[in-house]
Design a binder for this molecule. Structure first.
Ligand code: ADP
Length: 456
């Protein structure tokens, strides 16, 4: 059964059941209140009758007195101590109803042929001085008539109300489910055509269904972007591998042809093969790093001496490449972070500064509120402004650098971006061609604090 039909049936049934319950309640209440009123009036009548009998002990014709108090269409029976009827008076339209005599039941009600009949018994002194019970019986014809009329009215009201309820529920369920139908159609189209379809209607509102539509569109956008990025990545990767493989292939062939007779050529070929295979190794390592699922990496967050870390890194690079560093580092900066990953990030940026400049490199720290900013400034080739937004894309290399012998892969900054996201570090770049480049990292002092704020 379709969800639309289920909702329709459920809400309609629920409303109808509620209406029927309310109507039955109204009917029963009316009936009970009316019977109570009739009982009270009959008791009053009976009490008056008893008073009359008590006042006039010497009643010559008791039946005449009884007749004065006869309920409309009813009867009065006089019953002695033994439960035997001594006398009775009945109105001409009275239809006899059997009540148990002398059962000490003071009130009773019986329904005969659809007409409720009430009875009360009151004790009194009879003309002969004995105690008797006056049994007053009254059929409630008016009540029966009104009750039937009310029943008809309530049935008619239920039917009249049911029609708009059924119609409105039909409209309501289709209003609710229309966006879901649309969503279903779009999803089916996406899965059969392999495209990333989006919903174009009913997403402008503020309700939950419009929210689902928007979330769906965002999800599709994210999937499409990821798919395109993946495609781009695969085509870039194969392109990047092609160059070193071609170089290795041609040098290996040259080595086969002439390498055994010419030592110079053999040396040239072998060093080219070694260099290109190293480049491929580096490329593969970087690609593996990027392929790691960053969602599930576990960080080793600990308190570290940031100033010491910066000093050590620069010292190592100074020794390896004979670089000129100018350090403007505040002493004893302590932060909470994953030391190894932060080191990896700093290496990438410092290595770039080294690769793309021959001048000194300035490393400067500054404490600002809840983070330490670290600026890595070089005075090298710089980057054109229009290239800056793409710098962190995978395999992106500034055009001029593609032909340079720096031998980059274009993956370093993509890894740097992922590492900085992982460590909640904000990364900024400012550059001017032929003046230099400054990468600034905003490193949170307390990683976990930032983390909690982020997740709030
Ligand atoms: P690569 O391995 O090519 O260096 P990166 O992702 O690290 O890859 O850098 C991407 C590009 O950004 C580089 O090709 C280079 O052109 C440019 N770049 C990165 N850092 C600097 C810098 N400090 N100065 C000038 N250009 C830079």
């Amino acid at each position: 059964m379709k969800l639309r039909t289920k909702i329709h049936i459920f809400t309609t049934m629920l409303m109808l059941v509620l209406i029927v319950i309310v109507n039955i309640g109204v009917y029963k209440l009316y009936e009970q209140l009316s019977i109570d009123t009739e009982f009270k009036q009959l008791v009053l009548r009976g009490e008056e009758l008893v008073t009359t009998f008590n006042q006039f002990q010497e009643v010559s014709d008791p039946n005449m007195v009884l007749r004065t108090y006869i309920p409309s269409n009813g009867a009065i029976h006089v019953i002695n101590d033994n439960g035997i009827q001594i006398t009775s008076v009945e109105s001409p339209l009275y239809e006899p109803v059997e009540f148990q005599n002398g059962s000490n039941e003071q009130f009773a009600i019986k329904e005969v042929k659809g007409i409720p009949t009430i009875m009360i018994e009151l004790p009194s002194i009879w003309t002969d001085g004995n105690v008797v019970n006056f049994q007053l019986i009254q059929p409630l014809n008016d009540l029966a008539y009104n009750r039937d009329l009310l029943k008809l009215i309530l049935i008619a009201v239920t039917i009249l109300v049911a029609i708009p309820i059924i119609l409105s529920n039909m409209v309501l369920s289709s209003i609710i489910l229309k966006p879901l139908d649309k969503l279903n159609q779009v999803m089916r189209k996406s899965s059969t055509s392999g495209t990333y379809e989006k919903i174009d209607e009913s997403i402008a509102g503020k309700d939950e269904l419009a929210e689902i539509g928007r979330t769906f569109n965002h999800m599709m956008e994210a999937l499409e972007t990821n798919y395109l990025k993946q495609q781009q990545f695969v085509s870039n990767a194969s392109h990047e591998f092609k160059t070193p493989l071609t170089v290795i292939d041609s040098y290996a062939k040259m080595l086969l042809r002439r390498g055994f007779t010419n030592e110079k050529i053999a040396n040239e070929a072998l060093s080219a093969i070694v260099s290109e295979s190293n480049r491929m190794k580096e490329l593969i390592e970087q690609m593996l790093e990027l392929a790691k699922n960053k969602e599930h990496v576990s960080l080793n967050i600990e308190k570290i001496n940031f100033s010491k870390l910066l000093e050590n890194i620069t010292l190592q690079l100074k020794q390896a490449y004979n670089l000129d560093f100018e350090l403007q580092i505040e002493p004893s900066l302590t932060i909470n972070t994953d030391e190894q990953r932060l080191k990896q990030l700093l290496y990438i940026l410092l290595d770039n500064a080294r690769k793309y400049s021959d001048e000194k490199i300035i490393l400067k720290t500054m404490v600002e509120n809840d983070y330490v900013s670290v600026a890595i400034q070089d005075f090298g080739v710089g980057i054109q402004e229009d290239q800056l937004p793409h710098l962190f894309d995978r395999f992106y290399r500034v055009k001029e650098d593609r032909n340079r012998k720096t031998g980059g892969t274009g993956l370093g900054l993509a890894i740097a971006k992922e590492l900085s996201d992982l460590l909640h570090i904000n990364i900024k770049v400012e550059s001017e061609v032929n003046v230099g480049t400054t990468f600034t990292l905003m490193v949170p002092i307390n990683f976990s604090d930032r983390n909690e704020v982020d997740s709030q």
